[in-house]
Design a protein around this ligand. Structure first.
Ligand SMILES: Cc1cc2nc3c(=O)[nH]c(=O)nc-3n(C[C@H](O)[C@H](O)[C@H](O)COP(=O)(O)OP(=O)(O)OC[C@H]3O[C@@H](n4cnc5c(N)ncnc54)[C@H](O)[C@@H]3O)c2cc1C
Length: 379
């Protein structure tokens, strides 16, 4: 049985109050204007949301990954795009918290917990799924590392102040690419945001290119050791990013469920509420079941992570199921509403755009299936 602690229930209430008063009223506007409400991120920092799983000595709230999922779900209930901005930020935070030196943690985590945006930059135009195929380079020149290349599809590209970026720094003894990860201050000369993508959904967060043109960073910007890039990048996506994206999809699923119930009760057809029709009830039942299943998978994975247990496959299952279920639920809810479903005064067509846009973020459904099957076949 899924059971939250009293403290977690209280946190959910605090986040929900914040979301209902500060985010829900502008959710449609930020989608229409395709912008990220960066000023709200500072407020979330003050409330302890942005570094909820970071120990208090580094400026965090000292809670866990389940609490992060609660926050991401609640924000995504109304604004999935903005929630995705928080999720991407937490990947940068997690990488520094997990692999950073004491100096790096003291230098970056308090800032990131209190309102500065972080970004994790791994994807390149050559293919996000081909993680080891990254072409951007890092070369040691005198005492500095010099980074060159182009990262694409980076969430928070146009608002980040700290970029955690992976590049190729050489080859191992078998000729395989060696990746390393660097922490790069947002205003470092040579690092510039490039094209900003016009996404179908998740429009409450910026997604775009980050260009690296002879970006010179000191040696103490290296996260972990040279060659730790695959461990850091894949570990962060697998045990942080996917929990976040599953939680965002959970928020969309709850939106579909609540909107379908509300509309079915309010809409009168044949002089009776729409909810009297059996096919409408089937849709509500499917929305409820998909939400519940996604919730169980997601909070099971975060519970394992909080307990320090293996959770890579569990996060992949949660991400795969929740994002695909959100697409199905949004389509069904549009069907339930008839013509009103496609009218943008209602949020459900946005839910469909948001849900579809979730699929590639942090790894496509195909890649999730490869990971899940790989885990089974290895047993
Ligand atoms: C909204 C959004 C936010 C994002 N945020 C970030 C971010 O913050 N940081 C970041 O670094 N990246 C980010 N990304 C990039 C994301 O991680 C990539 O889009 C994703 O990894 C897929 O890469 P690709 O788009 O290059 O597709 P490709 O890798 O080119 O995939 C093309 C097709 O091939 C399939 N495919 C690829 N490999 C396999 C395989 N091994 N087996 C079976 N099928 C396969 C895919 O499923 C897909 O259907 C974001 C993307 C989106 C859409």
């Amino acid at each position: 049985m899924l059971k939250f602690t009293e403290q977690q229930e209280l946190l959910r209430k605090v986040v929900r109050d914040f979301v209902e008063s500060e985010i829900a009223p502008i959710a449609q506007k930020i989608d229409e204007e395709d912008t990220c409400p960066v000023e709200l991120f500072k407020k979330m920092g003050d409330l302890g949301f942005n570094g909820v799983f970071v120990p208090e000595i580094y400026g965090g709230t000292g809670l866990g990954y389940t609490e992060l999922a609660i926050i991401a779900e609640e924000i995504a209930r109304y604004a999935a795009g903005f929630s995705m901005g928080l999720v991407a930020h937490t990947m940068a935070v997690y990488a520094i918290m997990t692999w950073g030196s004491e100096e790096q943690k003291q230098k970056y985590l308090p800032r990131l917990c209190s309102g500065s945006f972080g970004a994790l930059s791994v994807t390149e135009p050559g293919g996000g799924s081909d993680f080891m195929g990254q072409k951007s380079t890092g070369r040691l020149v005198e005492n500095d590392w010099v980074l060159n290349g182009r990262k694409c599809f980076i969430t928070n590209s146009h608002c980040m102040e700290v970029n955690v970026v992976s590049v190729r720094t050489g080859e191992d003894s078998k000729g395989r690419p060696q990746l390393s990860v660097f922490i790069v201050e947002g205003d470092t000369p040579g690092q510039t945001p490039g094209r900003k993508e016009k996404k179908a959904g998740l429009r409450g967060s910026f997604t775009g290119d980050i260009n690296l043109d002879n970006v010179r960073v000191p040696q103490d910007s290296l996260l972990g050791k040279p060659g730790d890039g695959a461990k850091i990048g894949l570990g962060t996506l697998g045990e942080m990013g996917r929990g976040g994206t599953a939680s965002v999809a959970l928020g969309i699923l709850r939106g579909c469920l609540e909107e379908s119930v509300k509309f079915a009760k309010e809409r009168v057809i044949y002089a009776k509420p729409l909810s009297n029709l059996p096919n409408i009830q089937f849709i509500i039942a499917e929305n409820r079941t998909d939400y519940e299943a996604a919730r169980l998978l997601t909070y099971n994975a975060t519970g394992l992570k909080d307990a320090g247990k293996p959770c890579f496959s569990e996060y992949a299952m949660a991400k795969f199921f929740a994002t695909e279920a959100a697409v199905r639920a949004a389509k069904r809810t549009i069907d339930l509403m008839g013509g009103y479903g496609v009218i943008t005064d209602y949020p459900v067509s946005r839910y469909l755009r948001d849900a579809v846009t979730m699929i590639p973020a942090c790894g496509t459904s195909h890649v999730m299936q490869v990971i899940i099957a790989g885990g089974e076949l290895k047993k």
